[in-house]
Design a protein around this ligand. Sequence first.
Ligand code: NAD
Ligand code: MG
Length: 392
Amino acid sequence: MSDQQKSDQRKNVAVLGSTGSIGRSAAEVFTACSDRLRPVALTAHRRVPELAEQARRLQPRYVVISDEEAAAGVARQMFPADTRLLVGEAGLAQVVALPEVDVVLAAIVGRAGLESTWAAVEAGKTIALANKETLVMAGPLVTKLAERSGSEILPVDSEHSAVFQALRSGRRHEVRRIILTASGGPFLNYTLAELADVTVDDALAHPTWDMGPKITVDSATMMNKALEIVEARWLFDLSPEQIDVVIHPQSIVHSLVEFVDGSVVAQMSPPDMKLPIQHALTWPDRIEGAAPRLDLTDPVRLDLHPPDLDRFEALRLGHEAARAGGTAGAVLNAANEAAVAGFLAGDLPFAEITTACRSVLEHHDFDPAPSLADLSAIDRWAREEVSRWVCT
Ligand code: NAD
Ligand code: MG
């Protein structure tokens, strides 16, 4: 590192999945906080033109195209002359371990984010974690690795960021429970019969959040909240009984913590991921930045009510997987990813996403203490199982 870099107090950030919804919001955060944050590495899987455009704008030292096929034949001149171009999983592993990287924003979607996030934890980096699937699949292994390496895992998921912030109002043993809020997605008031007929376009039209397609479908089934229950269990080391979910259609209260004296502390802000991203990247500082402000002097309506578990069965699966631990999270995650891919391809009805996940979760060969290799094997098995449900 040069003296000039050392003397400047900016944090160096590697963004895994910079062309996605979280990655693009992060780019806005970098622009708004350029005196505090410096993007040193950006990665994309296939969207090379978008990556090149970001590279020209943000001038990172490295870019990675993780899909080797997409990287073949890419013209080097698309990228700034001072930016090094790396390729494949090896490229991801290389950038997360760079000595000059302080924080890794893990924003690849799904199981594909596990290896690179794991490598960043192993390298002892601070992790700004958007890729919840890493903790859903391998929570106990990842948190143990972080303890050994000294890596700090900071939540980017808005609910977990809210809990993280609200937890500062008391001591750890004073927490009674946390309450995750869920918008309820586009089908909040649909009957079971109506849910049977929804289309891909219906599911992708989220009322409050603008996100990538996988998590948008997860919000519509409420599997997103199920995954977040498991994520919260490992991230905050809570028992599953300490994690509740309420429906909050306005997406302004991002989650709440109830303490033993009866105080309930909430974090509120407009539904915009720039705030939780910035919070994790600049932690422990709060700075003015890219996020819009909430003006509570204007009339605001905040509704909170319990979820209907019969229409949104996925929530039960989240609690079951959080209680079971072991291989349950990896199976639920893999079954859901395969089912969502099937739905998006038009090969699986919406209502069968959750049914397929329940079936695969119930029939799997449970292991209470799997290794990372066991989790990869059960992940493959669960995807195969779901393929029987998907008619192409
Ligand atoms: P997205 O689909 O918009 O973007 C995914 C990114 O990952 C892209 O940059 C893509 O190039 C990269 N990618 C895809 N497949 C890959 C692979 N096989 N290997 C390497 N890179 C790959 O997704 P998103 O909505 O930005 O979500 C990213 C993560 O953040 C997810 O885990 C999601 O659950 C979580 N998250 C997102 C939001 C949101 O508002 N979008 C909110 C909370 C949490
Ligand atoms: Mg969330």
